[in-house]
Design a protein around this ligand. Structure first.
Ligand SMILES: Nc1ncnc2c1ncn2[C@@H]1O[C@H](COP(=O)(O)OP(=O)(O)OP(=O)(O)O)[C@@H](O)[C@H]1O
Ligand SMILES: [Mg+2]
Length: 260
C-alpha cells in the first residue's frame, strides 16, 4: 500500500473516530459503528483512490436509516449519505420499492433492497433536477453509498425549513416555490416526493429559497399509492405553513399540483 493510500485511509479512519466522538448516547454510538462496516469502508477507500473523495469530514446527521457525512471532493464539497445495512427499519422500504415498476426484479434480500433504494434516490434526484426542482446535484450511487453536492457553507449544512425563522411574506414566497416544485415533480419528473415536510426541505439563506432533499422514498406516478402520498405531502406542507397564515385547502392544492 502506497503512502498516499495510507494517508487517505487514516483520514477516513479519523473522520470515523471524530464522528464517533461526537455521539454521546450509547444508541447513537451503536449506530455509528453500524455504518462503517467493512464493505462500506472498502467502497469509501476505492472512491478515495479514484479521487472522487478527497477527504472525509464529520457527521452531519444520524437518521433512522442513513448517516450523512461531510466530505471534500476534487472540485466541490460533498454530502455522503450512507445507508446502514445493519439497520432494522428497512421493512417499510418494501412497500415503496416492490411496487415500483423500475425495481420489480430485485431479489428480496435486505442488502439488495438497500442498494436498490440508494440507486433509486440517485435517479429520483436526477429526475427532479432535470425537471427544474432545486435538489443537491446527484453524483453517484455505489451499493449503500450516495454521493451528492453538499448544500451549505463552510462545512455547515443549510438549515432545515423547520429551523428557519421567517416573516410571513418570506414564508409565502418559499411556500409558492415549494408548490411549484411539487408541480414540476409531478408533471415533468412524474414523481411524488412522498416524504415532503419541513424536515426534508433545506432553506438557502442567501436567497431564501427551498431545496428538496431525501428522495429515496419518492415514487413514480405508476405507483398505486402515488396520489395518496401526494395528498399526504400536501397536508404536511399546509400544516407547517398554516402558522404563517397560509390557509389553502388541501383538496385545492392537491388539484392544482395535478392540473394541466
Ligand atoms: N446534500 C446535502 N447537503 C447538506 N446537508 C444534507 C444533504 N443531504 C442531507 N443533509 C443533511 O442530513 C440530514 C439527513 O438527510 P436525509 O433527510 O436525506 O436523511 P434521512 O436518513 O432521512 O435522515 P432522517 O431519518 O433524519 O430524516 C438532513 O436533514 C440535512 O440536514
Ligand atoms: Mg430526512
Amino acid at each position: 500500500m502506497g503512502m498516499d493510500q495510507e494517508k487517505k485511509i487514516r483520514r477516513i479512519d479519523s473522520a470515523k473516530d471524530k464522528s464517533r466522538a461526537r455521539e454521546k448516547d450509547s444508541d447513537r454510538l451503536k449506530v455509528e459503528e453500524n455504518v462503517f462496516d467493512v464493505p462500506t469502508l472498502k467502497i469509501l477507500y476505492t472512491l478515495s483512490n479514484k479521487g472522487v473523495i478527497k477527504a472525509m469530514g464529520g457527521s452531519i446527521s444520524t437518521g433512522k436509516e442513513a448517516n450523512v457525512f461531510y466530505a471534500e471532493g476534487p472540485d466541490k464539497e460533498l454530502a455522503i449519505k450512507i445507508y446502514r445495512i445493519a439497520s432494522s427499519t428497512f421493512r417499510a422500504m418494501d412497500a415503496y420499492i416492490m411496487k415500483d415498476p423500475r425495481f420489480t426484479n430485485i431479489r428480496n434480500k435486505k442488502r439488495d433492497i438497500i442498494f436498490a433504494w440508494t440507486r433509486k434516490e440517485l435517479q429520483n434526484l436526477k429526475r427532479a433536477k432535470s425537471a427544474g426542482v432545486r435538489v443537491p446535484e446527484p453524483i453517484l450511487a455505489e451499493k449503500n453509498i450516495l454521493i451528492m453536492e453538499f448544500m451549505g457553507e463552510k462545512e455547515a449544512p443549510y438549515p432545515l425549513l423547520k429551523n428557519t425563522h421567517l416573516e410571513n411574506e418570506e414564508a409565502k414566497s418559499i411556500f409558492d416555490i415549494i408548490v411549484e416544485y411539487m408541480r414540476l415533480l409531478y408533471k415533468k419528473a412524474n414523481l411524488v416526493h412522498a416524504d415532503l415536510s419541513e424536515y426534508n426541505i433545506l432553506i438557502d439563506p442567501n436567497n431564501l429559497t427551498p431545496i428538496f432533499i431525501d428522495m429515496g422514498q419518492s415514487v413514480t406516478l405508476e405507483h398505486p399509492n402515488a396520489r395518496e402520498f401526494l395528498y399526504r405531502d400536501v397536508q404536511n406542507i399546509l400544516r407547517f405553513f398554516s402558522r404563517y397564515g397560509i390557509k389553502d385547502k388541501p383538496e385545492d392544492l392537491f388539484k392544482k399540483i395535478q392540473a394541466e
